[in-house]
Write a protein that binds this ligand. Structure first.
Ligand SMILES: Nc1ncnc2c1ncn2[C@@H]1O[C@H](COP(=O)(O)OP(=O)(O)OP(=O)(O)O)[C@@H](O)[C@H]1O
Length: 305
């Protein structure tokens, strides 16, 4: 069942069209990623879906509600992660949770959330004294205090060190495991690959692809490389042997080291040809294609310029 349905969403700021007929739907219980470089309209999309911005065209339904007309009812059912600047430095952790709980008719008991997100011993700590990872866990707890069906998390791990990022990912997985649908805005490929069931790739105000991370990667017809070491010194020259195989675009040899470049499933043809010719190889490595390759193939540019 779709919990969010967006059809032909269009948004302009003065003469600038920042969203141009964006359509997607989010299924119940999934982590749905919104991926793209800065300024491509990710936050604008999410804020329209949350009812914080008014679209110029198209339609949006969240849990069957119109975010503008049914805003009050919708806000009872969704959780929105705050940006850093929205909490005063000297508010205590429990005070923030208590305050946010008071915004909802049927909030969760925030004491449970403190335990669940590993903040019980930070209950009386002021926001400004928390580490980056603790702040992010507090933001997630605040997004969940209204017991929402859908949580929106925007650039949650920006500025965190690798360990805190990984810890935050585990927390996001727990959110999904508890039955909450998650919309995750990110410009980190690894994060999206690790967490999301499906991803909408944004570029310049439109969605250029929407699929599972694996589907996006498989859809890329990018060149990649395999490398191996020849085990026999007087081997038939692999440059000649492998050069004409389907999908292979280049073979180079440096001593016993061979590098083969190609597209599609060329690696299977290479390994079976080597085996058929009784040429054992060692240290076989195939460069894994990544979501980054998919992004470059889709948009013609890298996400991290
Ligand atoms: N209130 C506003 N008035 C005018 N232009 C705006 C406003 N808000 C956003 N924009 C512009 O709209 C475009 C999309 O911005 P948006 O914040 O949605 O992108 P984003 O993909 O979320 O980027 P980021 O990752 O930097 O948050 C950008 O060019 C931005 O400058």
């Amino acid at each position: 069942m779709a919990v969010i349905e967006v059809t032909d969403l269009t948004k302009k700021y003065a003469d600038l069209t920042v969203l141009d007929r964006v359509s997607f739907s989010v299924e119940e219980g999934e982590i749905f990623g919104i991926l793209g470089p800065n300024g491509t309209g990710k936050t604008t999309t999410v804020e329209c879906v949350e009812g914080l911005r008014r679209p110029d065209g198209g339609s949006i339904r969240v849990l069957g509600l119109d975010p503008i007309k049914d805003g009050r009812e919708l806000h009872e059912r969704i959780g929105v992660q705050l940006q850093h600047t929205q909490l005063p430095e000297n508010i205590k952790v429990w005070e923030a949770l208590d305050l946010y709980a008071s915004f909802y008719a049927k909030p969760r008991d925030w004491r449970e959330l403190l335990d669940q997100w590993g903040l019980a011993d930070k209950r009386d700590t002021r926001f400004g004294k928390l580490s980056g990872g603790q702040k992010q866990r507090l933001f997630i707890a605040l997004a969940l205090v209204g017991d929402p069906r859908v949580a929106f998390l925007d650039e949650l791990t920006t500025g965190l060190d690798p360990q805190a990022r990984r810890a935050t990912w585990e927390v996001i997985k727990q959110v999904r495991a508890s039955g909450v649908t998650v919309v995750l805005v990110s410009h980190f490929m690894d994060e999206v690959e690790e967490l999301c069931d499906r991803v909408a790739v944004f570029d310049r105000g439109t969605i250029v692809a929407l699929d599972t991370p694996a589907g996006l990667i498989d859809g890329v017809d990018a060149e990649h490389q395999m490398r191996f070491t020849l085990m026999t010194g007087d081997a038939t020259d692999p440059v000649v042997l492998l050069g004409g195989l389907p999908g292979v675009s280049g073979v180079s040899r440096n001593g016993d080291q061979v590098t083969v470049t190609g597209r599609g499933d060329f690696a299977t043809a290479v390994t079976s040809t080597m085996a058929r010719n009784h040429l054992p190889v060692a240290d076989l490595r195939i460069d894994k294609r990544t979501l980054d390759d998919a992004f470059v193939a889709l948009t013609g540019r890298s996400l991290h310029l």
